[in-house]
Design a protein around this ligand. Sequence first.
Ligand code: ZN
Length: 130
Amino acid sequence: MLDEFEYTDDLLHDYWRYLLGQKKKFDPWLEDRDDIAAANALIVLIQRATGLLARQLTQLEGAFMETGGIREKMTAARLDARADASAPVCPDCGASMKQRTSNRGPFWGCSAFPKCKGLRKIGEEEKVTS
Ligand SMILES: [Zn+2]
């Protein structure tokens, strides 16, 4: 069983702190004159490091399934930027609009929503902004 591993924002640092703590714990056996005892302690340390990596990979897989990979995030950011560049201005407050989707289809909604409920139909933006 692994000793408790605490995650913070600096995972690499946490990882090394944990492993150094484990090494300290096993130092008496690692320096044992009996080669078998030293080898066994080393194997336990390697198993703990491997277990930690396996847990980290499982966590990363979960995060990937939830929020997507870097390519997916960059595509979303690019689409947002493109949508904003061609976005019309809100008829009610003058803020830029964002393309949104309802069960009736896509429409322009005010970026200040929910403070402002300004709307435009898709295709009507050229008439108003020019
Ligand atoms: Zn508005």
